[in-house]
Design a protein around this ligand. Structure first.
Ligand code: PEP
Length: 260
């Protein structure tokens, strides 16, 4: 079994480089006690270089990239530029970018192709805005198929799918974590589509992680009952103790005593 993949998405936090480096150092220090997790920290762009220098065991992630390597794209940051800053993981298609910044399935597809085909681990976020019943809405399947249009089979080894129901993301009104049971259903649904597109052997290797109000209390259930391969963590990743407790719980599903 692969180690759980736990990704800290700091979004547009914290404000200063000093705070960002300190938090990264504390996570790096604390996570030395955690053997069985793959940890990724995705800070805002201005802090990538400093945090890259501070990390040894944890890996560096970017929250977004542009699909071209270079050129006249004012304000954008390319996949090739972040690769040179030691970035190994890139989050693509986060719902905040889709909803608030107008990122389309077509743009997400270009980013997935650029990142995964150039060897960056690509964390593709998909998830429905509203849940009306127990079924995983077909929009999730549509997002997945569109994001993977034309993506070559050998790039799939660089793909991680993050199932993030938008209504479960902690900053959204009335947010609540999904149930491990629903997360499991989403996993099966995503695996089925990957199997249709790329065959069973390839689909089996793609990690599916869950995101949406993950904390140190619910992470074990998502990994054990939901059979998720890890989690994308937003709000709780900015709290050193809580994030380290998530790592401990993920690393030892029997539950290690919490940090006080
Ligand atoms: C996210 O925005 O990717 C996320 C999972 O946020 P949170 O953990 O705060 O719900």
């Amino acid at each position: 079994m692969k180690k759980p993949l736990i990704i800290a998405n700091w979004k547009m936090n914290p404000l200063t480089r000093k705070e960002a480096v300190l938090l990264a150092q504390e996570i790096e220090e604390g996570s030395r006690m955690v053997k069985d997790c793959e940890v990724v920290i995705a800070p805002p762009f201005p802090f990538l270089e400093s945090i890259g220098a501070a990390l040894k065991k944890s890996k560096l992630g970017a929250q977004n990239v542009f699909w071209e390597a270079r050129g006249a794209y004012t304000g954008e940051i390319s996949w090739d530029q972040v690769t040179r800053l030691k970035v190994r993981y890139v989050i693509v298609g986060h719902s905040e970018r889709r909803i608030r910044l107008g990122e389309t399935d077509e743009m997400v597809n270009k980013k997935v192709r650029a990142c995964a085909e150039h060897g960056l681990m690509t964390v593709l976020c998909i998830g429905e805005r509203e849940r009306t019943g127990a079924e995983i809405p077909s929009i999730v399947g549509d997002q997945l198929r569109r994001a993977l249009a034309g993506v070559k089979t050998n790039a799939l080894k660089n793909l991680v799918v993050a199932y993030e129901p938008v209504w479960a993301i902690s900053t959204n009104p009335g947010a609540r974590a999904d149930t491990p049971d629903n997360a499991f259903r989403a996993r099966m649904y995503i695996k089925r589509i990957l199997t249709e597109l790329y065959g069973r052997h390839i689909a089996e290797e793609v990690r599916i992680i869950y995101g949406g109000s993950v904390n140190s209390t619910n992470i074990s259930a998502f990994l054990e009952e939901g059979k998720m391969d890890g989690a994308l963590v937003g709000g709780a990743s900015l709290d050193r103790k809580e994030f380290l407790n998530i790592l401990k719980a993920a690393s030892d599903r029997r539950g290690i005593p919490k940090l006080k």
